[in-house]
Design a binder for this molecule. Structure first.
Ligand SMILES: Cc1cc2nc3c(=O)[nH]c(=O)nc-3n(C[C@H](O)[C@H](O)[C@H](O)COP(=O)(O)OP(=O)(O)OC[C@H]3O[C@@H](n4cnc5c(N)ncnc54)[C@H](O)[C@@H]3O)c2cc1C
Length: 395
């Protein structure tokens, strides 16, 4: 076992990295420009990635995973970030790290067979439906309702900004089952009568990722669609957010590293005033500052992973810090990388414009920076207990 905390990757991890890198080179890189125009990546790419086992690396073998550790998921996030297609990264992340950990943790055997295993194999595409037009950060404020009709649940409401929502076979859906902040989670088949969806409209970035508005109009779903215990939805979502935010912080770290490498190479080649621009001290110092930022992102993100491996969602403090820090810092690094490309940075051909657009989501998705600061301040200023944060309806 590799015990170096700054390089936790083993030979097995690097073999996984190599096979994913080869896959991305062949199956993704040549098509990204087209997917960006299409507004989504094709459903077949989920199937191909699933067949190769890339979604299930850190899931147990019983549910179709490879049974590797969380560092294998870090490797997958790293290689996808290096492919410089944030849209694909977002869609894959929403598919592999939003509903699956929750189904694995609290789903029944039948739910694992019907949903989790096919999702990890890429046979079914999934989405997480929490955000609504009237409630995003305030998860406890959602209005979509699930009524217990005796022999079925009746779902009414709408969701917005749902990644993969138009192409998903099922949605892990958060719906209200009581007054106040009482929510429950359901496995919702998108073939259910009364369900419809549409693209949200033009987005700033992440163009290869499908984002949907979803409508639930008197949708009847079976009683066994409930995931875990009734009324515990809020608690499950808060716990699941931790792994989601952790993987987000890792993706941001490697997106920044990718941009740094791109900028370095450009500065070593581009000439101005009769010399390489990388020879100007200002430019060299910019690159040095970017490298320091990438290293600090890596340090806090890795530290959060170690703590998560040890404590699970109770690592909420360091995870929230990592999510906030990496999200803000990766935008700074990528912005500087674009600047160092001059006018070429503004051109699609050089790829840095796409990285710049895509990274803007980092401080918004999976919990905004302000919400991360709110969590951290509750922990460090108000001395709120970590357990309480995971139950708290106001963060
Ligand atoms: C491309 C994309 C993909 C997404 N994918 C998904 C998905 O798959 N599933 C899903 O459920 N959601 C998804 N989301 C939704 C995303 O998680 C929310 O947009 C995000 O949580 C913010 O919620 P909001 O948009 O309602 O903003 P709001 O909650 O309205 O926030 C607006 C502003 O107010 C600030 N604010 C709010 N509350 C506080 C507070 N207490 N203290 C200080 N500041 C505060 C916020 O930080 C923000 O700056 C996606 C969003 C996008 C753009």
């Amino acid at each position: 076992m590799n015990t170096n905390p700054f390089n936790p990757f083993t030979e097995e991890h690097e073999l996984l990295a190599q096979s994913l890198r080869d896959f991305l080179k062949k199956e993704v890189t040549p098509y990204v420009d087209q997917w960006e125009k299409d507004g989504h990546c094709p459903p077949e790419i989920f199937q191909k990635m699933g067949e190769q086992g890339f979604f299930g690396v850190s899931y147990p073998e019983e549910v179709g995973g490879s049974g590797m550790d969380l560092w294998a998921a870090v490797i997958v996030a790293r290689e996808i970030a290096y492919a410089n297609c944030g849209g694909l990264a977002l869609s894959m992340y929403a598919h592999a790290y939003l509903p699956p950990p929750l189904i694995n943790a609290v789903g029944t055997e039948a739910q694992k067979i019907k949903y989790l295993i096919p999702a990890l194999k890429g046979e079914k595409i999934c989405a997480l439906g929490v955000t609504e037009p009237g409630a995003g950060s305030d998860v406890g404020g959602i209005k979509t309702k699930a009524e217990d009709m005796g022999d079925h649940w009746l779902i009414n409401g709408s969701k917005t900004f749902i990644t993969n929502g138009n192409i998903a076979d099922f949605i892990l859906l958060a719906a209200r089952t009581g007054e106040g902040h009482t929510l429950s989670l359901f496995l919702f088949d998108t073939s259910t009568e009364g369900y419809s969806s549409q693209p949200v409209g033009d987005k700033l970035g992440m163009h290869s990722s499908d984002t949907a508005l979803c409508f639930f109009d008197n949708c009847k779903i079976p009683k066994d669609a409930l995931v875990g215990d009734k009324d515990f939805g809020f608690y499950y979502i808060m716990n699941n957010f931790q792994e989601e935010r952790l993987i987000g912080a890792i993706m941001g770290t490697y997106a920044a590293e990718f941009a740094l490498e791109k900028a370095k190479k450009y500065c070593q080649e581009r000439e101005a005033f009769g010399r390489k621009i990388g020879g100007f001290q200002v430019v060299r110092h910019k690159l040095a500052q970017m490298a320091i930022k990438v290293e600090t992102c890596r340090s806090i993100a890795f530290r959060a992973i170690y703590e998560y491996i040890e404590k699970g969602p109770m690592a909420v403090g360091i995870i929230s810090m990592a999510k906030a820090y990496v999200s803000e810092t990766c935008m700074e690094v990528i912005n500087e990388a674009l600047q160092l490309h001059g006018g070429n940075g503004y051109m699609e051909e050089f790829g840095i414009a796409r990285a710049w657009r895509d990274c803007r989501l980092m401080t918004i998705g999976a919990g905004t920076t302000e919400i991360m600061h709110e969590i951290v301040s509750k922990l460090i200023v108000d001395d709120v207990k970590h357990e309480k944060i995971l139950m708290d309806t106001h963060v």
